[in-house]
Ligand binder design. Structure first.
Ligand SMILES: Nc1ncnc2c1ncn2[C@@H]1O[C@H](COP(=O)(O)OP(=O)(O)OP(=O)(O)O)[C@@H](O)[C@H]1O
Ligand SMILES: [Mg+2]
Length: 500
């Protein structure tokens, strides 16, 4: 058999003496799609960051195309043909899309002049291939999370590579976008490109990957062809025990509404949205990416200006012109783009949690660090958040554990109404179950929840009622046995109207 593209021998990694990856021996073959799964903090990102030279292994060695790698660094990795789509976006906000794609590898007309025309055309071609509606000249800070993800993908495939590493590329994409990405991956693999694919969406991993490696607590658990394992077995191997029911028993909400939204509009992003949320209810919001669900949430909590309509809380009309007012009116919001609005990665964990509820922590005009640490410790236990230490900076936590911190942060404001925007993004199966149970506990205690998710299974498994949005409008609100995948897709795509 031909030599492997990547061969690792006894790879281990420690951070300040803590071993997060131990004794990994694996061959990654040429042209295969190699899945990598494991719980949050299992060591997946660390493993690939060793391959692409962001980290040096503490022990062990690896070979690339049969050659022993002496000291990998990101620059060399790129030159050797290793491209990475990172888990956390790595784009420059104030630059355009095409400038980001060719950053550091600009095409030039001559020694002095950049070939802007060519770079823009190449960007246009890439976007066409990805079927993404993004113009080369869009600025990064003006595009959506899903579009940012597409730019990261485009950036990675803009250059021919031998190894394409994808660290959770689909968390913010919809099924259509994922289909496009998968067919692209298949083409690349047919051309001999090797792909390492990390994801918490086990169904996807099972579908797209040839083999799948499972890591648990930094240890190798198994490596098997995907046609020999089921999704369920993959989940069990990840957590090391038998998992049962995914969704908690649904609770019955009370009849009275806590939140009434009437004719809410916002400059074309949201048009004439009306709905109510009952006390103790989970109201799901489904729709395709760009349907306006996030924009609606942002309008309700005052990040975006409402141009028309009114918002009533417990029957009383409220002017919510800023997120602070939303907090004061008992509304908490867990944003979708945690990097842009949710958390501050170079702050420590306790500061991130207490940031918007600081008032609670003031004693004699000073913020009590003791109190901050106490409640942080409580949350860390309750949600099983893995931290290197309690005062660790957030950037040293694994992606999923950062998401948990973001969730806890909104909870710390003690809200009556909780808006979750894609709360399970990047979170492993067992942590997902924790979050579902947690949401269920919230509603059992009388808190009302708006649950935005692009995972239909989650929406159906969790919601008492489901509102569906399309192009900024609420196209249907489904109840009881109307809540089916078909009905939701109908309202989300507008197919129903076209048929008539
Ligand atoms: N720079 C660092 N300093 C200290 N600890 C780190 C650092 N980077 C990662 N870790 C720790 O290493 C462990 C593995 O993290 P890693 O990011 O590889 O997990 P992961 O499998 O990618 O998880 P996720 O699914 O949440 O992305 C975690 O416990 C994390 O806190
Ligand atoms: Mg990771």
């Amino acid at each position: 058999m031909a030599e492997a593209l990547v061969k690792t021998e006894n790879i281990a990694k420690e951070f300040s003496g803590v071993r997060v990856l131990n004794d990994i021996n694996v061959d990654i073959e040429r042209g295969e799609i190699f899945g990598l799964i494991g719980e949050n903090g299992a060591g997946k990102s660390t493993f690939i960051k060793i391959i692409n030279g962001i980290y040096q292994p503490t022990e062990g060695r690896f070979f690339f195309e049969g050659e022993k790698v002496k000291r990998m660094n990101p620059f060399r990795a790129k030159k050797l043909g290793i491209s990475t789509i990172p888990q956390e976006f790595n784009l420059v906000d104030h630059l355009n899309v095409y400038e980001n794609i060719f950053l550091g590898q600009e095409h030039k007309k001559n020694a002095l002049l950049l070939d802007q025309k060519r770079m823009k055309q190449l960007t246009r071609d890439l976007m066409e291939e990805l079927e993404a509606n993004i113009s080369p000249e869009d600025r990064i800070d003006e595009i959506s999370v899903a579009q940012k993800q597409m730019v990261e993908i485009a950036k990675a495939i803009a250059y021919e590579s031998k190894l394409l590493i994808m660290d959770e590329p689909t968390t913010v994409l919809t099924s259509n976008e994922i289909d496009v990405l998968f067919s692209l991956m298949r083409d690349l693999s047919d051309q001999g490109v090797t792909i390492v694919y990390i994801s918490h969406k086990l169904r996807e991993v099972n579908k797209i990957c040839d083999r799948v490696m499972v890591l648990r607590d930094g240890e190798f658990v198994s490596l098997k062809p995907t046609n020999e394992v089921t999704e369920h077995e993959m989940a069990n191997m990840m957590v090391g025990r038998e998992l049962n029911q995914m969704f908690p028993e649904m609770t019955t909400p009370r009849e009275e509404p806590v939140l009434e939204v009437k004719g809410l509009s916002n400059d074309g992003l949201v048009t004439d949205a009306s709905f109510h949320l009952k006390k103790g209810e989970i109201l799901g919001f489904a729709g395709l990416v760009g349907a306006g669900r996030t924009e609606l949430a942002e309008t309700i909590i005052g990040i975006r200006k409402q141009t028309e309509g009114e918002i009533l809380i417990e029957g009383e009309k409220k002017e919510i012109s800023s997120p602070r007012r939303a907090v004061n009116n008992g509304i908490a919001y867990l944003p979708e783009d945690r990097q842009a609005t949710g958390i501050i990665t170079n702050f420590e964990v306790p500061k991130n949690i207490t940031l918007i509820s600081l008032k609670k922590y003031i004693q004699n005009f000073l913020i009590s660090q003791k109190k901050e640490r106490e409640s942080t410790r409580k949350y860390i236990d309750e949600f099983n958040i893995q931290v290197p230490s309690i005062n660790a900076r957030l950037e040293t936590l694994s992606g999923g554990n950062q998401q948990k911190v973001s969730l806890v942060k909104s909870l710390d404001t003690e809200p009556e109404i909780f808006i979750f925007d894609e709360p399970t993004r990047g979170i492993d199966v067992s942590a997902k179950m924790d979050i579902f149970n947690f949401i269920n506990e919230l509603v059992e205690s009388g808190i009302s929840v708006i649950f935005i998710s692009s995972e239909l299974e989650e929406i159906i498994g969790m919601s008492n009622r489901v509102a569906v949005m399309r192009e900024g409008k609420i196209t249907g609100i489904l109840e009881g046995n109307e809540i089916t995948e078909e009905k939701i897709m109908y309202h989300a795509t507008g197919l129903e109207e076209r048929v008539v």
